[in-house]
Design a protein around this ligand. Sequence first.
Ligand SMILES: N[C@@H](CCOP(=O)(O)O)C(=O)O
Length: 458
Amino acid sequence: MNYIGTRGFTGPKTFAGALLDGLAPDGGLYVPAVYPVPDFDLNAAAAGPYADLTEKLLNLFGVDVLGAAAVRTAAERTSAAFLRDGQTPLTQLEDNLWLLELYHGPTLAFKDMAMQMIAALTDAALAQTGEHLTLVTATSGDTGAAAVRAFAGSTRVRLVVFHPLGRVSPVQRLQMTTVEADNVLNIGVEGDFDDCQRIVKTLLGDESLKARGLISSVNSINWGRLLGQVPYYLAASAASGADRPNFVVPTGNFGDAFAGWAGRKIGGNIGHLHAAVNRNDALSQALNDGKYIRRQAVESASVSMDVQAPSNFERLIFEASGRSAAGTRGFFETFAARGEVRLSGELQSACLKEVTASTISEAETSATIQHAWKTWNKVICPHTAVGVAAALKRKGSGPHIALATAHPAKFPDFVAGALGFQPDVPDAIARLQGMKETITAIPNDQAEALKAVTAFTA
Ligand SMILES: N[C@@H](CCOP(=O)(O)O)C(=O)O
């Protein structure tokens, strides 16, 4: 089981190589050279213990190059972050509608599942070679918090997290900046998430950093991140008992939705995939209008989804174009150069066969938080509300599972504004108040970012 790049790299690389590179050498993203066909009954495994399902999937995707013990440890860590009281956290809200709560891990967001897993796999990969690794990662809030939690104290990894200054929620910021660990650096960039992601991608290709040692990322540009998000689609599908349930995924960098796509690709009992975005809706416009246009991200209640250049759109374009590396390269080079690219009618239809998308307004987000409380007695976060709003519009067409991506207490102001009361605050959040924070602020400038990372890794 090997990996290739979306822009022509045919390497191939093993899973360990792809994990430690983050981005493919062609400047694109790693994808499996061929999607594997399970040699076990996938849907039976999906109904079994979550750690066993994950272990099987990891082996299927070539993670066994890191050894059976590493795979098992990683599978158990992701399982611990996913299960609630030992059960798949799936609740049926009404006919044709389920909610999958993915926020019972250590930082109360769905990123924990993959991050706990990838930290175990990264440790194993580095132990094999005795090397050290610098991780550079961009966040609009949840990824950074989960990464800091998973990697703080690691002896072989130095982690640098870039977040847009003042544009993550106060709780998300505290989760990142109060962790005291010599191997973690939090950088606040005077820009938006897309600026942070651009900085990270450029740093990954920087020759001066590469000359100093391994450098990778734990954004969902890293295939290892996506892999940690595949099992919960399969487990939720099995727990629902529905035939090919559709999934509605609140979407920012499009990694989670693409993980669902991968689960379906290998034969999972998954129906349609729908990406729900907030008013930062470049993805929805690209799929629905055929024009992918770079716009400045605007602030929204669902801050973690304030993304206008979703990295994993590249994997969708690659697959929908029949795996055309030249086409994918041309598409994203045009986008980078002109800030705008049109999808041919053929490419647009091919994308829409794989996934659809819709935009949910701020008013709908707030109304859906109210609806969830009044109708199901559930307090949901703004990101989850974006997904549930889209799912409510679609559920007439069959069974739908909406992903609940974060705990509402991470976004108390907007939730309280909608409901008139504060969400309950778990201890993991309450204890952060008043703690000392450490942030290095920089302008939105590549050279400044390089300087900060170079100094930190010296
Ligand atoms: N929503 C994310 C943005 C980064 O996404 P990722 O899929 O690359 O981790 C966040 O919360 O940081």
